[in-house]
Design a protein around this ligand. Structure first.
Ligand SMILES: Cc1cc2nc3c(=O)[nH]c(=O)nc-3n(C[C@H](O)[C@H](O)[C@H](O)COP(=O)(O)O)c2cc1C
Length: 153
């Protein structure tokens, strides 16, 4: 299977999740390419697409949104896609972020909605917690990614 793992990341945590997905896919003998939405806007051909963003004020980043908006809807219709994000799991930490009245749904559930509206076959979101406002990732993040991939591959 050929996979594209597209991501945005500000502090590097979502990048690490994306890199872990790539490593795990390759370990399972799939082809996987990492694509930063900061560096390229096109989406190379693939059988499965992973798209990830940090959760910022309950949403995905603008760059991630634009990356999806530019995708050719007709070409990608029916393709399997996995939305993923990083977010703060701890309610105490989350309370420290001024959410400005925005709903705290998170990047991956919003990605799922957006991709579904494009007619893609959207899997359950993969969500990985961070310990603080800028990270680091939860210590068990590799296990979370592995368990998730085992459940869908
Ligand atoms: C301005 C700002 C807003 C944030 N908003 C949220 C939020 O609404 N919900 C949440 O769970 N985490 C929030 N976070 C924590 C981010 O999810 C965390 O920085 C992100 O997972 C780090 O990913 P990155 O290293 O790939 O940028 C916020 C962080 C910042 C700096």
């Amino acid at each position: 299977m050929r996979a594209i793992v597209a991501f945005d990341s500000i502090y590097g945590n979502t990048r690490k999740v994306a890199e872990t997905i790539v490593v795990e896919l390759i370990a399972n003998r799939h082809k996987a390419t990492l694509v930063s939405v900061r560096e390229r806007q096109d989406v190379p051909d693939a059988d499965i697409l992973f798209i990830g963003s940090p959760t910022r004020l309950g949403r995905m980043t603008g760059r991630t949104r634009r990356f999806i908006t530019r995708m050719d809807e007709e070409a990608w219709k029916g393709t399997t896609v996995v939305p993923f994000d990083t977010f703060i799991r701890s309610p105490d930490q989350l309370a420290m972020i001024p959410l400005m009245g925005m709903n705290t749904k998170g990047a991956a559930p919003r990605l799922a909605e957006m991709l579904r509206s494009k007619g893609m076959d959207v899997k359950e979101p993969l969500r990985v917690g961070v310990e603080g406002r800028k990270g680091p990732l939860a210590t068990d993040y590799k296990k979370i990614v592995k368990t998730y991939l085992n459940s869908i591959l």
